[in-house]
Design a protein around this ligand. Sequence first.
Ligand code: NI
Ligand code: MN
Length: 226
Amino acid sequence: MKITFIGHSAFILQDGGHTVVIDPFIAGNPVAKHSVEQVQAMNVSSVLISHAHGDHWGNALDLAQGDTTLIATAEIGGYAGSKGVTNAIGANIGGTVKQPWGSVYFTPAWHSSSFPDGTYGGMPTGMVIEFGGKRLYFAGDTALFGDMQLIGDRGLDLAFLPIGDHYTMGPQEAGRALDLLRPKDAVPMHYGTFPGLDGDPQVFAAEARKRGVTAHLIQPGETLDY
Ligand code: NI
Ligand code: MN
């Protein structure tokens, strides 16, 4: 499979048959190299949204058109439906949504969630995503929390972890998260986009190395073959 980093916490997963986009913050993303039109042209199967903040909800409405499913909490699914998305799937923490490409299981995240217009977005989430024969954990925006141990018990190939600090855990705490999650590989995210998100990916890479986890520092616009 291919993992393309749009920038911030936005990723594109592709396995040759399907394309899944996570937290599609594209327009207004200061580090993004992709345009909304470029991503729209990728024949996106599903858009996954971790929570309603503008830097994650992003261009969800531009991508979730036609047959494309939008998958998130009930509150986000309902909001998307009210904005004209016809294939919005509202689930919640602890539940699994199956799709032709795989599945997404929603986990807790310690954060908050409201839309740019102030509408309450329900609980923020992380996700365990089965895609391309791999089990991926996308933490969303979160603090370190002990129940990451339970998520790790599922057996993870790769964890996407926020390291920027200020709104989420920083690189050292993300290292502690690796103790609980026990993935083989990790990708840091949610850093360097805005002032204040100054968690250092090299610090995270060193924390990962100490634990025998491979950190992949993907630059915006670049693709990791995984
Ligand atoms: Ni957030
Ligand atoms: Mn965020």
